[in-house]
Write a protein that binds this ligand. Structure first.
Ligand code: UDX
Length: 449
């Protein structure tokens, strides 16, 4: 099929490459000339493992081209995806300027029957508004269907998620209008759910809000666990063995960040508030998440006695591993707290350093080339992203290189026995304790014969 995708951010670029891989002719459009030039040379503009070879292959095979020319993209295509950003407004609501701007431009260039698909995360009711805008602009002889088709991919595993998502959700006014999109997805071996647009729009927000809720829930349990000396690993093991609860998104730590969960929780609170529904639960989810960062800093402060003039090594800038994205990352708040308390920061992240440089000047914090340089002569180490590299590092050597012996593990990733044996003053989230020796390590399974 002939497809145009507007916007080359995470969602737009991955959608373009993956639909091209499925054999469609894809024109990917963005107004950022520099990005388009790079992409046409096969150079990715986002960090995502596995993207570069696929992008190159699709560009070489001429299944995918990048352009700044919206008219060309729209006129050449049967299906037009809108995957532009919806950044948060001051009050938490999603800013729809880019979406409506793109829609108006697309409508102007409509030259036949088309399907316009909203992939951006948009508030409930947006498809209806878009429909009105489009019908006011297009020639009445053309039939243009407006569909909602939210995206659930995660950064770091985006390509795999696009092809293997648990479900594809299509919001349409009637099944017939979804025809073109069903054709496009016919080779995808995924459950397809067709809903009314208002449901599809809400599914996206509820999915992210639910994931955020699971994280804040387990972080609250971790804090209770700490107050009573329960071990959060054991608690999670017991909880996750109930298939109704399941294990995913139950890692306690410094809380969620990124470009989606924080923004979508806020936006859903606002969406509810706009219809006089007060979202007590989501407001608490957000508060627990904010507090988790404060608690981690407090722990650092208490363990050090005083942060003033102390050298603190932060391991992990990105909001999660396998991405260089630092948007809403816990590292930003923790670094700000340390700096306002007159501490000194040394930072290391395998790939997130460049993005941090736009937030903190090299005069404010010291950017280090590897983990061993970063820990050298530090009073304390704080882990904020669970990179494999950190787990696999030589912690004995780190102990020798450090001035102090404090490690605050904000992601519960290090082996507690190992860290205590090495002589670290090791703190994590949720009072994980040394495994009871008479029980061996880990949780004992008792089988009734
Ligand atoms: C999320 C959704 O998962 C995805 O479906 C949606 O399309 C976009 O938003 P993403 O932002 O890439 O994806 O990251 P995700 O893997 O969901 O993690 C979000 C944050 O939660 C990270 O900061 C991560 O460290 C944190 N997290 C995740 C936890 O603190 N504990 C967990 O158990 C899981």
């Amino acid at each position: 099929m002939k497809v145009c995708v507007i916007g080359v951010g995470y969602v737009g670029l991955i959608t373009s490459v993956c639909l091209a891989y499925k054999g469609n002719d894809v024109i990917s459009m963005d107004s950022d000339y520099d990005k388009i030039e790079k992409l046409n040379k096969g150079i990715p503009t986002i960090y995502e493992s596995d993207l570069e070879p696929l992008l190159n292959e699709m560009v070489e095979k001429e299944k995918l081209e990048f352009t700044t020319n919206l008219k060309y993209g729209v006129e050449s295509s049967d299906v037009v995806f809108v995957a532009v950003g919806t950044p948060p407004n001051e009050n938490g609501s999603a800013n729809l300027d880019y979406v409506f701007g793109a829609i108006r431009s697309i409508a102007k260039f409509v030259n036949g029957n088309k399907t316009i698909v909203i992939k951006s995360t948009v508030p409930v009711g947006t498809q209806k508004k878009v429909k009105r805008i489009v019908s006011d602009i297009i020639h009445p002889k053309y039939k243009v269907n407006i569909l909602s088709n939210p995206e659930f991919l995660r950064e770091g595993t985006a390509i795999n998620d696009f092809f293997n998502a648990d479900r594809i959700v299509i919001g349409a006014d009637n099944k017939n209008e979804a025809k073109m999109l069903l054709r496009l997805y016919k080779d995808f071996n995924q459950k397809i759910i067709i809903t009314r647009p208002e449901s599809s729009e809400l599914i996206k927000y509820s999915a992210n809000a639910f994931l955020a809720t699971k994280i804040s829930f387990i972080n609250e349990i971790a804090n209770i666990s700490e107050a009573y000396g329960s071990d959060i690993d054991e608690v999670v093991e017991g909880l996750a063995s109930d298939h109704r609860i399941n294990r995913s998104f139950l890692n306690a730590g410094v809380g969620y960040g990124g470009s989606c969960l924080p923004k979508d929780v806020k936006a859903l609170i606002k969406i509810a508030d706009d219809r006089n529904v007060r979202s007590e639960l989501l407001t608490s989810v957000e508060n627990v998440n904010k507090n988790q960062r404060k608690l981690l800093f407090k722990r650092l402060e208490l363990t050090l006695n005083d942060v003033t003039n102390k050298e603190i090594c932060i391991l992990g800038a990105s909001f999660k591993p396998n991405t260089d994205d630092v948007r809403e990352a816990p590292s930003i708040d923790i670094i700000n707290d340390i700096l306002s308390s007159h501490g000194k920061v040394k930072l290391y992240d395998p790939i997130g350093m460049n993005n941090m440089k736009s937030l903190f000047h090299a005069k404010e914090i010291e950017y280090c080339k590897d983990i061993y340089t970063a820990v050298t002569a530090c009073d304390a180490v704080v882990i904020l992203t669970e990179w494999e590299e950190f787990k696999e590092s030589n912690w004995k050597l780190i102990k020798d290189l450090m001035k102090g012996n404090i490690v605050i593990d904000g992601r519960n990733v290090l082996n507690i026995d190992n860290m205590l044996d090495l002589g670290f003053n090791y703190k994590c989230i949720g009072s994980r304790v040394q495994k009871m020796s008479e029980l061996g390590t880990g949780v004992i399974e008792t089988k009734i014969m």
